[in-house]
Write a protein that binds this ligand. Structure first.
Ligand code: C2E
Ligand code: MG
Ligand code: MG
Ligand code: MG
Length: 278
């Protein structure tokens, strides 16, 4: 009887595993198709200095409009792409598309600002990244100073020496580097002084209640002071209300991103906005 139970369990386990695997490969196949069928687009969300009108940069955010399933959030498909080498293809597409966009806007006489792209941590340490980026900068004739890279904390702890080496090469191209979602990873503060970083982005989970929840306000204050002491630029992301912005300003933060200022928007809308404000 025990043996039979054991066999049953094994059977259930296997079929569940199979369905998870099938589903994952299904999505991977669809991501692959999405790349070749051009189903991805980029949205751009402005970063502002103090006020809505002072746009000093943009962040490129990938959008997937699936022909049947409709909009699929990057929060859902990026983690799946990260489990395969598809993330490298996606990240490369985003970099190429971003610099192509810069070129189009520059040719139209629009005053362009630096655009940051989110890179999967795994891709940062791959040996092809720097060569790829230099090639694309060259192809679109865009300066490295018009590109920034956002990475999350996770990867920084895994192979710090490799991260330092890659970041130095990126910086030699004029590219700036931000730590995204700062404060949510397994932070070891020692990496902050070893890595050649430019910017910390305070995670929106702290921003959300910075004006209403004492501890969250204190965490924002601490992160802002930390950034200032280390001579890093600080950006607050996910700012949705005037009281949040006011509180963050009172703590010394000057650069903001969030729905209160601007939502992520199409390239056409952002071009109009840049033309109007610059
Ligand atoms: P992230 O880089 O931290 O981007 C911020 C996310 O917050 C974006 O969600 C943005 O649309 C959203 N957001 C901006 N302002 C507000 C606000 O005021 N309130 C709220 N509630 N949300 C706000 P999105 O576009 O869904 O992207 C989610 C995550 O997916 C990104 O987090 C990033 O980690 C990843 N991601 C997005 N695009 C790419 C990409 O091209 N490549 C890679 N590797 N990852 C990407
Ligand atoms: Mg980001
Ligand atoms: Mg973030
Ligand atoms: Mg995030």
């Amino acid at each position: 009887c025990a043996k039979e139970n054991g066999r049953d369990n094994a059977k259930i386990f296997t079929s569940e595993m199979a369905s998870v695997v099938t589903k994952k490969f299904g999505v991977e196949k669809e991501i692959h198709e999405a790349l070749s069928l051009k189903q991805f687009t980029l949205a751009f969300q402005p970063k502002v200095f103090m006020e809505k009108e002072n746009i000093l940069g943009l962040e490129a955010l990938i959008r997937w409009n699936h022909p049947i399933k409709g909009y699929i959030s990057p929060a859902d498909f990026i983690p799946i792409a990260e489990e395969s080498n598809l993330i490298d293809k996606i990240d490369e597409w985003v970099i190429d598309q971003t610099l192509k966009q810069q070129r189009i806007w520059r040719d139209k006489g629009i005053a362009i600002v630096p655009i940051s792209v989110n890179l999967s941590g795994r891709h940062l340490v791959s040996d092809t990244l720097v060569a790829y980026i230099s090639e694309v900068l060259e192809r679109h004739k865009i300066e490295g100073s018009l590109l920034e890279i956002e990475i999350t904390e996770g990867i920084l702890l895994q192979d710090i020496q490799r991260c330092i080496d890659v970041m130095r090469e990126l910086k030699a191209l004029g590219i700036k580097i931000s730590v995204d979602d700062f404060g949510t990873g397994y932070s070891s503060l020692s990496y902050l002084r070893r890595l050649p970083l430019d910017t910390l982005k305070i995670d929106q989970s702290f921003v959300r209640e910075c004006d209403s929840h004492l501890e969250d306000g204190k965490i924002c204050e601490t992160i802002i002071h930390l950034a200032k002491n280390l001579e890093l630029v600080i950006v607050a992301e996910g700012v949705e209300t005037a009281p949040q912005a006011k509180k963050l300003k009172s703590l010394g933060c000057e650069i903001f991103q969030g729905y209160y200022y601007h939502k992520p928007m199409s390239s056409e809308s952002v071009a109009k906005l840049l033309a109007k404000t610059h």
